[in-house]
Design a protein around this ligand. Structure first.
Ligand code: GAR
Length: 197
């Protein structure tokens, strides 16, 4: 059954675009109801506009606390019948317990390392500098632990030929674009059941 998504992105939005493309190509049985961003300059906004997808912009500076910020997003999101929140390069931690409880087992994230290795915002650089030969990507459920929720899927990528952290990031990103829409489709088809993790 088609699932309704809210996609959260902070910047470039290439994963968001990969999801939109897969939907259009019939490879991902989902509909994006809105894009949420914390960055009014995010390139992801342009992809939403091209498809007439509503964009909800929330700037952290307009809220006293991170929790107020999350709760403001929650208030707006509740207006949409969302089945799944997809974090796609959303570079903030969701700290509101109300938010996390309301969407319990309904938030997923993609992370460019083989978690639990290299959590945080510089995963590809950290893996490169540690001299890893194999890294990859992880898709996991989001809970209160940073990059620590139950793992749904991992894909290993050989990075032994990469000469820089950027090369590592680009190599992993190609697989993110393949597997994120695929996993969303598996969830839509009931082949992956998030509450069972
Ligand atoms: C992606 O590589 C994603 O895995 C990573 O940010 C990039 C966003 O690219 N996310 C994290 O590091 C989360 N901790 P995009 O905006 O082009 O999709």
């Amino acid at each position: 059954m088609t699932i309704n998504l809210a996609v959260f992105a902070s910047g470039r939005g290439s994963n968001f675009k990969a999801i939109l493309d897969a939907i259009e190509e019939g490879k991902c049985d989902a509909k994006v109801l809105c894009l949420v961003t914390d960055n009014p300059a995010a390139a992801a906004i342009n992809y939403a506009k091209e498809k007439n997808i509503p964009v909800l912009i929330f700037e952290r500076k307009n809220y006293k606390t991170a929790i107020d910020f999350d709760n403001a997003i929650l208030f707006e999101l509740k207006k949409y019948p969302i089945d799944l929140i997809v974090l796609a390069g959303y570079m903030r931690i969701i700290r509101s317990k109300d938010f996390l409880n309301y969407y319990k087992n309904k938030i997923i994230n993609i992370h460019p390392s083989l978690l639990p290795k290299y959590p945080g915002a510089h995963a590809q650089k950290d893996a490169f500098e540690a001299g890893e030969k194999i890294s990859g990507l992880t898709i996991h459920i989001v809970n209160e632990i940073l990059d620590g929720g139950p793992i749904i899927f991992q894909h290993k990528v050989d990075i032994s030929d990469c000469k820089s952290a950027e090369e590592v990031a680009n190599k992993i990103l190609k697989y993110e674009h393949i597997y994120y829409p695929f996993i969303i489709d598996q969830i839509a088809k009931g082949k992956i059941v998030l509450s069972k993790f």
